[in-house]
Design a protein around this ligand. Structure first.
Ligand code: SAM
Ligand code: SF4
Ligand code: FES
Length: 353
């Protein structure tokens, strides 16, 4: 066995140089994926947590160069759901068995603190966990969402290369993004971060730094997806199939953070028809099917080739269950909070006795 993979699998530690070595060696891929799959099985088990994703507004005040929702993209039809529609979609998702609702949007000032609090409170009455993915807010706003009952927050760092981040996210500050993650941690949220793989200007070294960053902040959830160039953005001319490298980044992340929740991201499947299954077999243990209904699914266009645009939430629920069961895994019936590494190691040791 490759010595670095063995080290990562047993010690869950690698240096930056070692990560770069693994990322640049195509001959070890299958061994790497198998090791990540073993660590996934040992620490988070065979269950896959489903999180129902509601994309409730595609208005955004930010202007990230990579994203189709950026404010200067005049080619998309903008929409926002009403609070009643959001709660209605959440109710339907709960009736399909989802135990977590993820509310995602652009940074849309229409959704004031009061509106968000009301939506969170109403969804919490359904007995589900609530995850927010609505961008950078103030300490007070995060606290108020938490008080309304929200459980988890997703805020990808996108890239840990400060200069690249600020070039790609004009008007935004890398330090502020990190500060938001620290505040969320201090306030007791389950904290999710993550990155895009294959951004123009990224190198294997900065990708290694991303993985070490996830480890440094001990992220509870880590969303890793390929960057997919969007023709309606300034990065239209970027090239490359970023799926294979994204899969490797996911696998190494699993080796270094054995007990985190790691989704098989939708963007993986936009580039490879088996993307989510391959990700689930390379370390992932979460899937986030879209539970937004109707035409809105096709209007939330971050990148081209988005999957499930013409499907219904009910169809996606049975489709993804079938895929998960086809690889011998099962859909979890729990809320899927992170269990600490210590808890898992003690339980595994008791099983062996
Ligand atoms: N506005 C919030 C934020 O930025 O955190 C949440 C919504 S944003 C659309 C969710 C994620 O989409 C971003 O964190 C980014 O990683 C991803 N994304 C945006 N454009 C993308 C692209 N062209 N390819 C792949 N992922 C993309
Ligand atoms: Fe807005 Fe998020 Fe897209 Fe940036 S990534 S433009 S903040 S929706
Ligand atoms: Fe939507 Fe398969 S998950 S059609």
């Amino acid at each position: 066995m490759n010595a670095l993979i063995h080290k990562a699998e047993t010690k869950h530690q690698l240096t930056r140089e070692e990560i770069v070595q693994l990322l640049s060696d195509a001959t070890i891929d299958e061994e790497l994926f198998a090791a990540a799959n073993r660590v996934r099985e040992c620490y988070v088990g065979d269950e896959v947590h489903l999180r129902g994703l509601i994309e409730f507004s595609n208005y955004c005040q930010q202007n990230c160069l990579y994203c189709g929702l950026r404010r200067e993209n005049k080619t998309i039809t903008r929409y926002r759901l009403t609070p009643d529609e959001i709660v209605d979609f959440a109710q339907k998702a709960a009736s399909y068995g989802y135990k977590t609702i993820v509310l995602q949007s652009g940074e849309d000032p229409y959704f004031t603190l009061e509106r968000m609090q009301e939506i969170i409170r109403r969804i919490k009455e359904l007995g589900v966990a609530v995850t927010l993915s609505i961008g950078e807010k103030t300490l007070e706003e995060y606290r108020a969402y938490r008080e309304a009952g929200a459980d988890r927050y997703l805020l990808r760092i996108e890239t840990t290369n400060r200069k690249l981040y600020q070039d790609l996210d004009p008007g935004m500050s890398w330090e502020n993004r990190v500060q938001c993650l620290k505040i969320l941690r201090d306030q007791g949220w389950e904290v999710g971060t993550g990155s895009m793989v294959g951004l123009p200007g990224q190198s294997l070294e900065t990708i290694a730094d991303d993985i070490l960053f996830f480890q440094e902040i001990d992220a509870d959830m880590i969303g890793i997806g390929p960057f997919i160039p969007n023709p309606q953005t300034p990065l239209a001319a970027s090239q490359g199939d970023n799926f294979p490298l994204s899969r490797k980044v996911l696998a190494i992340t699993r080796l270094l953070l054995p007990d985190s929740n790691i989704p098989a991201t939708t963007a993986m499947e936009a580039l490879n028809p088996e993307g989510r299954i391959l990700a689930l077999m390379s370390g992932a243990n979460v899937v986030m099917p879209n539970v937004t209904e109707g035409d809105y699914r096709g209007l939330y266009v971050l990148y081209p080739g988005k999957i499930c645009i013409n499907d219904t939430p009910g169809h996606c629920r049975s489709c993804i269950t079938g895929k998960i069961e086809s690889i011998g895994r099962s859909v979890s019936t729990g809320h899927g909070f992170r269990k600490s590494r210590k808890q898992i190691e003690t339980k595994n040791a008791m099983k062996q006795e």
